[in-house]
Design a protein around this ligand. Structure first.
Ligand code: FMN
Length: 358
């Protein structure tokens, strides 16, 4: 397998030397439909499909993604300040029998045999370069989006004080992203450590403050939020009611958490606080599809207009079509694109779904 974002290398090496292999070269330009066929967040796009926040940490990666037909792709989440990555390794193969349960505390055996893995784990800690470095690079990535393509800039705040600090830092980060000229901004609300003992997306009053502060800072730039799997549908409905008037899209899901051990039952990742990691790929497809259906239903019930971005376990073009049928206005993949650089081209070859985006 040709890993253009290579789990066998450190995060720093992926940033400095990547992308790797044929993905990095210019020769794989997909057959481009004559005119963009759909609208997404006010932008004409060939296909509302691309690479989710994660495997594209530089403009070189983003430009390669666009060349390969990943038309709606996200620059990896940035912060308003520099932050180091967790120590290597960060991505392991996980062995899951069928669907990964959303209950906390599931233990999985993880190993380095990524070649055959359809589900992987990631534990990077959301590293970031300093804005002085990532801002010009993100601006270059936005320019790399061709006709019918859209760069999404993902960011998050950093908690180093009370809630007010966190809200202000989300607004600061989003403002810095807006200055780069991206076509849309996505707030990562599903990262551990930034909420009150849980993920920020489960703290509806705080999320409402964050999105209002961000909206005030970024003006009319289309705004998406990325959330985790909600087991409680009433809580999801409450979040939708609170933020629907402010956001343009809700993306789900981020990874599902699991405790990772090696074959001997020891923690699979080194260092404190890394017992649990996020699982992505085939084992969480059910969760992304379930959230897509429920978000579409809540949108209908609230009679509000915003887009659903379906994420999780999209490994082949048929998975993209399943998400569209479930109500997704756009679909994104991380694991699937890492495994198969031809996935953008394969989705380009699917027949156009009827547009419904706002
Ligand atoms: C290597 C890697 C890095 C990731 N980094 C981020 C990130 O910085 N921000 C974010 O919102 N999600 C991040 N994710 C989560 C993905 O965006 C996505 O939500 C998740 O992987 C599920 O999609 P998948 O099954 O297609 O991989 C990352 C995923 C991977 C595999």
């Amino acid at each position: 397998m040709d890993w253009w974002f290579d789990p066998a290398r450190s995060y720093a090496s992926n940033v400095e030397d990547g992308p790797f292999g044929a993905f990095a070269e210019g020769r794989a330009t997909p057959e481009t439909p004559a005119t963009p066929g759909e609208m997404f967040l006010g932008h004409p796009v060939h296909r509302p499909f691309g690479i989710a926040a994660g495997p594209l940490p530089t403009s070189r990666h983003c430009a390669a993604a666009f060349r390969h037909g990943f038309d709606v792709s996200a620059y990896k989440t940035v912060r308003s300040r520099a932050m180091p990555a967790h120590v290597f390794p960060n991505t392991l193969a996980v062995r899951v029998d069928g669907d990964l349960a959303a209950e906390p505390g599931t233990t999985l055996v993880a190993d380095h045999d990524l070649a055959s893995a359809t589900s992987i784990s990631n534990s990077y800690g959301v590293p970031s370069r300093d804005p002085d470095e990532w801002q010009p690079d993100m601006a270059a990535a936005a320019v790399a989006a061709g006709d019918g393509q859209l760069l999404v800039g993902s960011c998050q705040g950093t908690r180093d004080g009370g809630d007010d600090h966190l809200v202000a830092d989300y607004a600061r980060a989003a403002g810095l992203v807006a200055e780069t000229g991206v076509g849309a901004i996505e707030l990562n609300l599903s990262c551990p450590n930034e909420g009150t003992g849980a993920l920020l997306c489960f703290d509806t009053p705080l999320v409402a403050k964050v999105v209002r502060a961000v909206r005030e800072r970024i003006g009319d730039v289309p705004l998406a939020v990325k959330i985790a799997y909600f087991r409680d549908d009433d809580a999801l409905a409450a979040l939708v009611r609170a933020i629907a008037p402010v956001v343009d899209a809700i993306a789900a899901v981020n990874t599902l958490p699991a405790r990772l051990v090696d074959a001997e039952g020891r923690p699979a990742l080194p260092g404190p606080g890394r017992d649990t990691a996020g699982v992505c790929g085939a084992a969480i497809r059910w969760a992304g599809l379930d959230m897509t259906r429920r978000l579409a239903r809540h949108r209908e019930r609230t009679r509000t207009e915003w887009a659903v971005i379906g994420v999780g376990g999209v490994l082949v073009a048929g998975d993209y079509e399943d998400y569209r049928a479930a109500g997704a206005d756009a679909v994104m993949t991380a694991t699937g694109a890492m495994r198969d650089a031809g996935l953008g081209r394969a989705v380009r070859a699917t027949s156009t779904s009827p547009p419904r985006s706002p």
